[in-house]
Design a protein around this ligand. Structure first.
Ligand SMILES: [Zn+2]
Length: 160
């Protein structure tokens, strides 16, 4: 293991353009379940995987109903606002600050790379803390919107 770590370090230092590709395993240490691991979301709840695809279809065909359901049911991931970055997230942020790592490309929607201090992050599957306009692709911080209030006022989907 020690040898592998030394080799990884020297490969990183000698690289011309190092990037990190991360997935669910990156955040399991922060308490967010992965999908297909032994205790993964899809492993434990195969019906939830089917529902996830139906949910996306609902988002496309009936966005108002999608948002109402989303606001009334708990997130698959639990409360992402309460989890915190783990040493792996901080290590990647530190490598970026040192100029060794150029960017992080992540499948994770948990925002933990950003919260750990990484500046150049590509959220390949989106970000649970941002909204994206499906017409023009502009992104907005979720916190700019009071979704419960919009629901109460019958103004869903969120007007971007
Ligand atoms: Zn737009």
């Amino acid at each position: 293991m020690e040898e592998l770590i030394k080799r990884a370090a020297s490969d990183l230092v000698e690289s011309k353009y190092a990037i990190a590709l991360t997935g669910a395993g990156m955040s399991t240490e922060s308490g967010i379940p992965d999908f297909r691991g032994p205790k993964g979301l899809w492993t434990m709840h195969p019906e939830a995987e089917r529902r996830a695809y139906q949910t996306y279809e609902k988002f496309q065909t009936n966005p108002k109903e999608y948002w109402e359901e989303r606001l009334s049911s708990p997130s698959l991931f639990g409360n992402l606002g309460k989890v915190t970055p783990n040493p792996g997230h901080y290590a990647l942020a530190e490598l970026e600050k040192m100029g060794i790592l150029k960017c992080v490309i992540t499948q994770n929607v948990d925002n933990l790379h950003e919260r750990a201090g990484s500046k150049s992050v590509l959220d390949y599957h989106g970000n649970a803390f941002k909204l994206r306009c499906v017409s023009c692709n502009a992104r907005y911080d979720l916190e700019e919107y009071d979704l419960q209030k919009l629901r109460d006022e019958g103004r869903l989907p969120p007007p971007l």
